[in-house]
Design a protein around this ligand. Sequence first.
Ligand code: AMP
Length: 187
Amino acid sequence: MPMARALSSICVFCGARAGTNPAHTLAARAMGEAIAAQGWRLVYGAGDVGLMGEVARSAQTAGAPTFGVIPTHLMTAERGKQDLSQLVITEDMHERKKVMFMNSDAVVVLPGGAGSLDEFFEVLTWAQIGLHRKPIFLLNSEGYWNPLIALLDHIIAEGFADASVKGYFTAIPDVPALTEALRVALS
Ligand code: AMP
């Protein structure tokens, strides 16, 4: 269950690039708008690039509070967004992930690359060893995460994880359905 807090915070992990499929950009914008429409706060990596920038700008424009966390050395590369409601600059990537996670009630993973996978697996493995019970959602925009789900099935089939690992996250194909699932999870 999420911790009691007036404002629910949604941690969004996603690409520092936009990728090649415009559907993912539209989904990122829709996610930002949905966070604002629900009266939630966006917690994210504070960059103004790729899908990160799309989520943040759309959430901000629609009136959501934004909490960004970025390590010092990425302030230039990921164009640390200075106009967020709150901007936390951390020493390193580990601290960044920890601060993002600690300040969130739920995690949503949009399409992204190795960084997004790292972030997903960190919260998944923390759930697997009982460190938290915060809900984790994959936005499976146009089936983007199907190969990841197939990889997890392979890992289970080969005996390197219990089938229960798939119970720690939910893959949802579109933003409206994901928003509804978040509403239920946070209620
Ligand atoms: P990507 O999905 O690769 O575009 O990266 C998305 C976000 O994850 C970016 O903000 C990256 O800075 C961040 N990231 C990349 N590598 C790591 C890592 N090893 N640990 C934590 N975050 C990372």
